[in-house]
Design a protein around this ligand. Structure first.
Ligand code: ADP
Ligand code: F6P
Length: 333
């Protein structure tokens, strides 16, 4: 008697995950969520090193549940990140599509900022469905209330400026502190309010140094204040922290120092909020790919995780909370 054996061919979907642009605390937690969700959904997942650069070069490896053990609490990104400006070139994108075919990638989760989303959109249009996850300390993604890394960076800035304040107070000085944020003032405004800065300069608000900073300092001096912290967003045009410190010293007689916080703001263990957000977003992104949905960015909107078409998201406008600016000025006097 012959036995007929029918083999069922189960198609296993393969997806890739990459981090691109400036790194942000919480990217590892997002990678972990992507890998674990994919594995638990029966998918294969490839970790692509160094963003689009690694994709074009085919620099990737298969990940499993254990590949992402012990990373949830780590800053940086275990997949490394890189800027790859040539990825804007359609020919380079075609090369990436070839690589995707070679490795069997049927979808990619790209963690980064707006630039990363543009790359994800280009790949989707060329047949590789991509999902963007917002990861940047700048919080400058219009579609998203809070990006991964922003909360940690805020807390880092606060902790660093609290230390600067100690020594500023001991010496009756003025400290001018430059905070990151690229062209946006979210980090500077919120951190500035949290540390009680006398003045906050952000790109979104026009300023006049004499009336805003010098007059304000003189007024508070009359009320007995002898030390000052001024927060300046790096995106503010026309003055840098060192020149501002010199100008303040010359105009007020208060000895002044400038501190550029720099990349300390991008590192460190992610906060609870960033770990939770990253886990939610990573899980959400894989659900979309599992359902054959691409060309979307994941976002947080009023404490909920949602998704938008990439172009729709890129065209959105985000405004800064000017009421926070008003409050900061009203109470840090
Ligand atoms: P972010 O993603 O944080 O905005 P970048 O602006 O540096 O950071 O962008 C990250 C990467 O995304 C770039 O290095 C490049 O590889 C890719 N990218 C940026 N702009 C485009 C674009 N117009 N088309 C395709 N890829 C892009
Ligand atoms: O986008 C994150 C960010 O840290 C910005 O705040 C800053 O302007 C920029 O990246 C710095 O980039 P790099 O690490 O290439 O100097």
């Amino acid at each position: 008697m012959k036995t007929l054996c029918v083999m069922e061919v189960i198609e296993v979907k393969t997806i890739g995950v990459l981090t691109s642009g400036g790194d942000a605390p919480g990217m590892n937690a997002a990678i972990r969520a992507v890998v674990r969700t994919a594995c638990e959904s029966g998918m294969r997942v490839m970790g692509i090193r160094r963003g689009y650069k690694g994709l074009v070069e085919g620099d990737m490896y298969e990940m499993n549940l254990r590949s992402v053990s012990d990373i949830i609490h780590r800053g940086g990104t275990m997949l490394y990140s890189a800027r790859c400006p040539e990825f804007a070139d359609p020919e380079v994108q075609d090369k990436a599509v070839e690589v995707c075919k070679e490795f069997g990638l049927e979808g990619i989760v790209a963690i980064g900022g707006d630039g990363t989303f543009k790359g994800a959109r280009a790949l989707t249009l060329k047949g590789i469905p991509c999902i963007g996850i917002p990861g940047t300390i700048d919080n400058d993604i219009a579609s998203c209330d809070h990006t991964i890394g922003y909360d940690t960076a805020l807390n880092t800035v606060m902790a660093m400026v609290d230390r600067i304040r100690d020594t500023t107070e001991s010496h009756d000085r003025c400290s001018v502190v430059e905070v990151m944020g690229r062209n946006a003032g979210y980090l500077a405004l919120n951190a500035g309010l949290a540390i009680g800065a006398t003045c906050i300069l952000i790109p979104e608000v026009d300023y006049d140094i004499d009336s805003y900073i010098i007059e304000r300092m003189k007024r508070t001096q009359k009320t007995g204040k002898e030390h000052f912290v001024i927060v300046v967003a790096e995106g503010v045009k026309g003055i840098d922290a060192h020149s501002l410190a010199k100008y303040i010293e010359q105009k007020t007689g208060v000895e002044s120092r400038a501190t550029i916080l720099g990349h300390v703001q991008r590192g460190g263990s992610p906060s609870v909020r960033d770990r939770v957000l990253a886990s939610q977003m990573g899980n959400y992104a894989v659900q979309l790919l599992k359902n054959d949905i691409g060309n979307r960015v994941v976002a947080s909107c009023k404490e909920k995780i949602v998704d938008y078409d990439i172009i729709e998201a890129l065209n959105m406008k985000k405004t800064i909370d000017l009421d926070l600016y008003r409050i900061a000025n009203e109470i840090s006097i």
